[in-house]
Ligand binder design. Structure first.
Ligand SMILES: [Zn+2]
Length: 101
């Protein structure tokens, strides 16, 4: 996932740093780890194997494509969590939409 919560506000992995240790999953509220290396798209992962729909690993192509689409929308003036939503739980609570606008 490329989005997590920091003090109940949405943050994107590529915009934050590892100094903060209490990023939380927007779906289940459990702590997540910021993965910010040199090769893969910056993202968050659950600390432990969690029974969360957001805990399934996403491939690098999926993460980078999701981030590219999001950044394109943000560059056009859309506002995160107001105009465009990412990684949000669908009403049936069994699936997560990568993006909605
Ligand atoms: Zn979770």
């Amino acid at each position: 996932m490329i989005k997590a919560l920091k003090n109940n506000n949405s943050v994107l992995a590529y915009k934050v740093n590892k100094d903060f240790k209490d990023y939380k999953c927007p779906c289940c509220g459990e702590l997540v780890i910021l993965k910010k290396g040199m090769i893969k798209t910056h993202h968050f992962a659950h600390k432990v194997t969690a029974d969360c729909i957001n805990a399934s690993g996403e491939g690098e192509i999926h993460l980078s494509a999701k981030l590219a689409i999001l950044n394109n929308l943000l560059d056009k003036g859309f506002i995160l969590d107001e105009d465009v939503f990412i990684e949000c739980m669908l009403p049936n609570k069994k699936r997560i939409a990568d993006q909605q606008s």
